[in-house]
Design a protein around this ligand. Sequence first.
Ligand SMILES: Cc1cc2nc3c(=O)[nH]c(=O)nc-3n(C[C@H](O)[C@H](O)[C@H](O)COP(=O)(O)O)c2cc1C
Length: 456
Amino acid sequence: MATKILFEKLDIPGIETYEVYRKNGGYTSVEKALKTMSPDEVTEQVKLSGIRGRGGAGFPMGMKWSFIDKASGKPRHLVVNADESEPGTYKDRFLMHHIPHLLIEGAIVASYALGANLSYIYIRGEYMWIYKILEKALAEAYDNGWLGKNILGSGFDLDLHVHCGAGAYVCGEETALLESLEGKRGNPRMKPPFPAVSGVWAEPTVVNNVESISSVSWIVNHGGEAYANVGIGKSTGTKLICASGHIKNPGVYEVEMGMPVEEFFYSDEYLGGMIDDRPLKAVIPGGASMQILPTQYIFKTANGDPRLMSYESWADGGKLTGSGLGSGGFMVFNDTVCIVRNTWNISRFFHHESCGQCTPCREGTGWMEKILYRIENGLGREEDINILYDIQSQIEGNTICPLGDAASWPVAAAIHHFREEFEYHVRFPEKVKNKDHFRNEPMDKVRHLINSMAVS
Ligand SMILES: Cc1cc2nc3c(=O)[nH]c(=O)nc-3n(C[C@H](O)[C@H](O)[C@H](O)COP(=O)(O)O)c2cc1C
């Protein structure tokens, strides 16, 4: 039986309510931490657990907590990142919707460990109904003495607020999020200083993902070592994977790190294989910013080793033959999917979401979208493929925040693995235009886009 950490209590009817959550052991980690452990002991257990942040980058959570500047004596904060805008990713929404008190419980314990008396949950603007669920759950937590002054007579005070963004992907980047939380335009900040030194209101802050913080109660209740015993190598614990696309059983799954991807894919308990048993063409394993992988690299690394659900297993072969577990948005494509169209759609997203602060990202994402659009619509030129590759390589690593990298990797990997599909588009424009899975755009719109091209 696979270990369940986040979904341990998910099947209990009514677990979204305070009463049922509490009756089933909810908030015991707050009691344990505040009554029997010092803040540093809590951090120590989180370090011992080996848990890595679940927002995408996989940074060790305990280490991040220990970086928070306690020496300056300034007020400290925890900010929970519930912006979740990466296409293909909907795990945080699922957690907050079905078991909101798990996040609040984790946030209280984490704030205690950090010495934070004022903390926030920053939620994306489109999640308005979840915002209301969290507001209700927060009110219940206050009413029952888990938030506010002198919690459980421990002398620890905490106010926890939920703040709604206005709906921008870039506000998931932690420093853009902090700007937005302060009421400003969500532009990423230059680092250093890092949030651990100067975060929200220029005070020491830790930003952690919803899934990361929701894991904290289990770690405190069972001990860091028990958590570290689940998983593989430096990828401990479990990970939520949101599966979508041409599979039999789409949905959010909690998997133990180390599970073979092939088993996850074909087992009836999980994805159940392909719909209608059509051939599998490609997978994006970790949300739209991660590299697309063709069939031969989905279940095996470039070295032929089985691919596992872990941070390490996807990262083989560098930028092109590997990919990333990222935010856990596992998207599956069958043989009817046009990779050029798919890449154009992804580029359109990143162009729309670029904050515009850095020239390579602001201009480059727009150029990529336009070139992909014309290739997709049968108006591309042979040299466009190399121009596209060139543009993505000049965005990567040249921007303040990693949104530029996120826009560049999918294009690089798509050209690397599916170059012949791009060539087909430019060499047989009439066939491309007539294919029934290509949308027929009005030609005047296509021509307008080409005429407005800033690159030639
Ligand atoms: C463009 C961009 C968008 C991001 N969106 C999110 C997001 O929606 N949720 C999230 O937790 N992290 C997101 N991140 C990562 C955060 O910057 C940060 O690393 C994370 O919230 C830290 O939490 P963790 O250590 O628990 O993973 C994003 C990063 C970038 C560059």
